[in-house]
Design a protein around this ligand. Structure first.
Ligand code: URP
Ligand code: ZN
Ligand code: ZN
Length: 465
């Protein structure tokens, strides 16, 4: 059985037209006007008055991540299902070995966990230490395992963070392999020093999480990572960029022609640090790294999206429940697990506060949401586009529907939503994943284990951002 989507307004990163799309066996096979059913039992979706978008690609998520003494609360099944409900049909998760653990052992563990995903997934490999075996393992990741992107954490010192010597080694190895290094940029040692000082002063409330990682901490590390990438000649992708200082470092580098790319997330575009002043311990829901910034940074990020300094909007989806997880840090903000949910809300938030608010146009929206993450990480044009031969991952989007985000109704397995009460305009009426309608009129119809692993190669990219 095929699916025929009729009379929708198709929007891609470069095109906009009213037309029909026919999908068969998981692929888009026809795009045009006046298409008819091929078989009597083909499913027809009337998309008149609606947009048809490529399924979203979220290049930064953490499902069932063991972290800070607990595990992120969405597993690959519930997390990818929440993504589908929000129009995200492909994720890239991070394999994160413990310090000293072999990269390929951690990869096996992640493959095992991810088997239950309902939608397609790929992996970045985090390099959390650099030893005698790392070069060979990175080689295997790129050449045999379909993982041509690596992650390094300049924060989380003493756990998964690396020092500068290790970071340079990762960059040099990645360069030789034609791979891409992505960086969590915060000055890890400075964070530890500030945390200790605040705790010595008896400052334990969640608000001090933000005070222990002010924006210069991110600006310094972003600049340092970019300079090290410049020295090694390696392209670099800065994950979850949040502040003006980091953006300035990216702008300077791109102005001199250095291959620097950046990602931000809805929480950094839409929230300010007043969230840490919520009643009681509620600010803990917003404890993530880097933290939510003071007013002023958000406009700079929107401008960065519009001007092309920032290429992607991901979510850094890494949920922890307030009860039973975040409350581990009730008496010490450094023990609050870092992270929050967001995979389901990216589409509606970016549309409402980006497109509908006039900050970005529809093509930029698709580019940030689907096309650029697919291009940068080697999934394009199979993902992130609407082309014959591409995967039939599509979103039929009603731009007029209105709703309010709430933990009471979201599909995240988490007892808080950091966008609680946000009014959003636009909603996916149908989400087609692998040629099958898996979300329709608010109801999920997903299949545990239907998601496929996507081995990647950066040779497949159609030009970097
Ligand atoms: O606070 C965050 N961002 N948690 C997830 C891990 C990371 O740093 O991306
Ligand atoms: Zn991070
Ligand atoms: Zn992350």
């Amino acid at each position: 059985m095929g699916i025929l989507i009729k009379n929708g307004e198709v929007i891609t990163a470069t095109e906009r037209f009213v037309g029909d799309i026919y999908c068969e066996q998981g692929k888009v096979v026809g795009i045009g006007r006046g298409l008819d059913k091929v078989r009597a039992n083909d499913q027809v979706i009337d998309a008149s008055g609606q947009f048809v978008l490529p399924g979203g690609v979220d290049a930064h998520v953490h499902m069932e991540l063991p972290f800070m003494g607990t595990e992120s609360s969405d597993d690959f099944e519930t997390g990818t299902a929440a993504g589908v409900a929000g129009g995200t049909t492909t994720i890239i998760d991070f394999v994160i070995p413990n310090r000293g653990q072999m990269l390929l052992d951690a990869l096996s563990q992640w493959h095992e966990k991810a088997r239950k995903a309902v939608a397609d997934y790929a992996f970045h490999m985090a390099v959390t230490w650099y030893g005698d075996t790392t070069l060979r393992e990175m080689q295997t990741c790129v050449r045999e395992k379909g993982i041509p992107s690596f992650k390094t954490f300049m924060a989380y010192k003493g756990a998964i963070g690396v020092d500068d010597t290790e970071l340079i080694s990762v960059m040099e190895t990645a360069k030789d392999l034609g791979a891409l290094v992505t960086v969590h940029a915060e000055h890890g040692d400075a964070v530890v020093a500030l945390q200790k000082k605040l705790l010595r002063e008896g400052k334990t409330h969640p608000r001090y999480h933000a005070q222990s990682r002010p924006s210069p901490i991110e600006g310094e590390a972003t600049n340092r990572a970019i300079m090290l990438a410049r020295v090694t000649g390696e392209p670099i992708y800065i994950v979850h960029l949040t502040c003006k200082e980091a953006l300035e470092a990216v702008a300077e580098a791109r102005a001199r022609g250095q291959m620097v790319m950046a990602e931000t997330c809805p929480q950094y575009l839409l929230l300010d640090d007043s969230v840490y002043e919520k009643d009681g311990f509620e600010g803990a829901a917003y404890v993530m790294s880097p933290p939510i910034r003071p007013k002023g940074h958000q406009d700079a990020l929107w401008a960065g999206l519009a001007s092309g300094l920032i290429q992607t909007v991901a979510t850094d989806h890494c949920p922890f429940n307030q009860v039973g997880q975040k409350d581990m840090g009730r008496d010490d903000f450094t023990r609050i697990p870092n992270g929050a949910a967001g995979i389901e809300n990216r589409l509606a938030l970016l549309w409402t506060y980006g497109v509908a608010a006039g900050r970005i146009d529809v093509h930029k929206f698709v580019d940030l949401f689907a096309t650029q993450p697919a291009k940068i990480f080697g999934l394009y044009p199979r993902k992130g586009s609407i082309v014959p031969g591409g995967d039939a991952d599509l979103v039929v989007f009603d731009p007029t529907a209105r709703s309010t985000i709430s933990a009471k109704t979201h599909h995240h397995r988490c007892d808080r939503n950091i966008f609680e009460g946000f009014e959003v305009q636009g909603r996916a009426t149908h989400v087609i994943v692998d040629g099958r309608v898996q979300f329709k009129d608010g109801m999920l119809d997903v299949q545990r284990g239907a998601g496929r692993y996507l081995p990647r190669s950066l040779d497949a990219r159609q030009g970097r951002a």
